[in-house]
Design a protein around this ligand. Structure first.
Ligand SMILES: [Zn+2]
Ligand SMILES: [Zn+2]
Length: 434
């Protein structure tokens, strides 16, 4: 299989114990296309298995779910956070929601932006919900939709509490994001205008990683965060943030304002089905540079190529690939443990053998992140089968093979599939792709 060998950034050993992992963006079963299992008790259990210490509730705007949150959650010892009442020593919750604004603003028609919200207390959430219920139907979906500009949302929330975090969600997805090719703007300022100063952070989403965002100098002032946007328990923590202890809502806000987190856990953005450019039916897969070299047209059929997320990043980029601004959190790329096990065993990720092995290993190690991230390989060697251990080693070192998605075709990350190409493994991220 063709593939780059991207390498990886990795937290130094002495950081362990000083940070905790948080996934701030999830959905409840009240959101469309979401698993019925997405409830507070299940989130508490699965977040612990994953190794998350803090998880967003999701969907606090939904009236029925808000009632559940008020019943299930009690204040945690840490200011502004909550715990599941039946598991008071367990995972902490932060009140979170996502809203959708579809609007026109000045010359900009038909903008569609999703925004992640974090709130400091159930009392503040009650006020938010009261205000928003006058402007849209909160019970229609766990992620409600409004018809007014998103900057007006900022103003409204700031009037309720200055401690509400307002974070543009999955900032690069084509259809519903601040920079989306079909829905968005060219800058945060164009979108939020006089409210821009209240935007502290951007969620990079599954389709981009910090490396892509670092190429745009205008984004240096924003804290880049990563969350799962999980619609089912298994997806929890597939992207996450490592914040420094101590944990509290005020400390979380100041980390978002100042950008002082340890690292983010990233998916390989190449896995997304619109990462690169191309034509699926013509079998043409191009980097943005190759698309430009061909005048944007397919060399097989002559029609315009379908342009992906990387191309959109390059349109706005003012820095070359590989640029790293000083002082930014590390960008740690992981592959989900189930995928590592599946590839090591040579079976599908949904197979019973994978589920059984996953469960055994997580029980022995304490959590999925303990296996992927925390425990030294020498310690894992006592209970992790050799080939799975080798998979974990390669993921940590970034020795994986990545074939980008394009024109609706999912990309592929392979740990063992590119063995014969190992000699080209030193090549930088893009040049060895084809
Ligand atoms: Zn969204
Ligand atoms: Zn074509």
């Amino acid at each position: 299989m063709a593939g780059a060998n991207p390498g990886n950034e990795w937290p130094p050993r002495e950081w362990f114990g000083k940070f905790y992992l948080a996934d701030l963006h999830v959905h409840s079963r009240y959101s469309r296309a979401t698993s019925r299992d997405m409830t507070v008790p299940t989130l508490a259990r699965v977040a612990r298995e994953k190794g998350l210490a803090l998880v967003g509730t999701g969907d606090f705007t939904h009236p029925d779910y808000f009632r559940e949150l008020s019943e299930y959650l009690v204040p945690a010892p840490e200011e502004g956070l909550y715990v599941f009442r039946d598991d008071p020593e367990g995972v902490r919750f932060v009140l979170s929601a996502e809203v959708s604004n579809i609007f026109s603003q000045g010359p900009y028609r038909n903008r569609r932006i999703h925004t992640l919200l974090l709130a400091p207390s159930l009392e503040v959430v009650r006020e938010i919900n009261l205000a928003l219920s006058r402007l849209g139907d909160l019970s229609a979906d766990g992620r409600p939709t409004f018809g007014f500009p998103v900057k007006k949302l900022v103003r409204l929330l700031r009037e309720i509490s200055p401690d509400i975090a307002i974070i543009p969600a999955h900032a690069w997805t084509p259809w519903y994001s601040v920079f989306g090719a079909f829905s968005g703007f060219n800058s945060v300022e164009e979108c939020f205008e006089e409210e821009t100063e209240h935007i502290w952070a951007l969620e990079t989403g599954l389709s981009s990683d910090p490396e892509m965002n670092w190429r745009i100098s205008a984004l240096d002032r924003y804290t880049l965060i990563s969350n799962s946007d999980a619609h089912s328990p298994a997806k929890l923590g597939r992207e996450a943030n490592a914040f420094w202890y101590p944990m509290s809502y005020p400390a979380l806000l100041s980390a978002l304002r100042e950008g002082n987190l340890a690292f983010t856990v990233e998916f390989y953005p190449e896995e997304g089905k619109y990462h690169f450019d191309g034509h699926r039916s013509c079998g043409v897969l191009f980097s943005p540079a190759e698309t430009r070299a061909h005048g944007g047209r397919c060399p097989v059929c002559g029609e315009p190529l379908t342009v992906g997320v990387m191309h959109r990043v390059e349109e706005l980029a003012d820095r070359p690939e590989g640029y790293r601004p000083p002082g930014k959190p590390l960008s740690v790329h992981l592959v989900p443990l189930e995928e590592i096990i599946a590839e090591a065993l040579g079976v599908g990720p949904q197979s019973k053998r994978v589920k059984r092995t996953y469960r055994q290993l997580v029980d022995l190690a304490g959590s999925e992140f303990a296996l992927l991230l925390e425990k030294p390989l020498s310690e894992l060697a006592s209970f992790v089968p050799e080939k799975i251990l080798e998979g974990i080693r390669r993921v940590r070192e970034g020795r994986v093979y990545v074939r980008p998605g394009y024109d609706g075709v999912y990309g592929v990350v392979s740990i063992f599939g590119g063995e014969e190409e190992e000699t080209t493994a030193e090549a930088p991220r893009q040049q060895s792709l084809f």
